[in-house]
Ligand binder design. Structure first.
Ligand code: 3PG
Length: 242
């Protein structure tokens, strides 16, 4: 009985998940970019961890100068929300996501700070429901066929494969493309400039994520020239057919 009710509730909220535009929470203006569009925009989505919010704006500008127009700022430092706030306020052309969203309150805080989309390393029913209720686009993490099927049941067709290399990497993605041909992935975790092209050549990969473009050390050292150069290299990569 309890199981039946649980299943009924899941079905109810399944039907509400639809692709939605990325939103600018501060203004509540709906941008025209949807999650699939923003993932297709750049071959590489930098995953950045910002320890000092004073570096957030120069970092975003350095990435933009290299042709990168969408980033994931992880919620792993005390400075992360302030970093998101500053980028949203001062670099509005950057499409700004919050990563390491583990629970509904993380998503709420990130959206309130100005994040336009959310990225999570995994997916729970609570998080899926909260993102839907907030109207926040969510790129949820999966690492297995079962997790991908669960996410698919809940209406997610663009997924983060995480941790990509540890979970099976390109071989796993090739294997998933047979039974789950409608799903598209942004593999992240353990990928670098050398490995990225191999992932981008796969038919079910829309972009890759990674920290190699703006490493913690490069950000801490305000090494903006280096970050722009790496962003240019990443921007020049090409995706397969997606
Ligand atoms: C992460 O969440 O840490 C991202 O997946 C980045 O992983 P990477 O540092 O291995 O690129």
């Amino acid at each position: 009985m309890v199981r039946d009710i649980h299943w009924f509730c899941l079905c109810l909220f399944d039907s509400r998940f639809q692709p939605r535009p990325v939103f600018s929470h501060e203004s509540r203006n709906i941008m025209t970019t949807t999650l699939p569009d923003l993932l297709r925009r750049n071959p590489v989505m930098p995953v950045v961890t910002i320890a000092d919010s004073a570096r957030a704006v120069p970092l975003a500008r350095a990435l933009l100068a290299g042709g990168v127009s969408a980033i994931e700022v992880t919620l792993r430092t005390p400075a992360a929300l302030e970093a998101i706030r500053r980028i949203a306020g001062e670099v509005p052309e950057m499409i700004l996501g919050a990563g390491t969203v583990l629970a509904p309150q993380d998503g709420e805080a990130a959206a309130a700070a100005g994040a336009g989309f959310l990225v999570s390393p995994g997916l729970t029913g609570n998080l899926a429901r909260a993102a839907d209720e907030m109207g926040a686009p969510l790129l949820p993490g999966v690492a297995t066929a079962s997790e991908a099927m669960q996410a698919r049941e809940w209406g997610f067709s663009f997924l983060k494969l995480f941790p990509a290399e540890a979970a099976g990497g390109k071989a796993l993605l090739r294997s998933l493309s047979g039974p789950l041909p409608d799903l598209r992935f942004c593999p992240t975790g353990g990928i670098d400039a050398i490995g990225a092209p191999g992932y981008l050549a796969l038919v079910n990969v829309v972009c890759v994520g990674g920290s190699w473009i703006a490493t913690d050390a490069a950000i801490a050292g305000s090494d903006w020239v280096h970050i722009t150069e790496r962003a240019k290299g990443a921007s020049a990569l090409r995706t397969g057919t997606v």
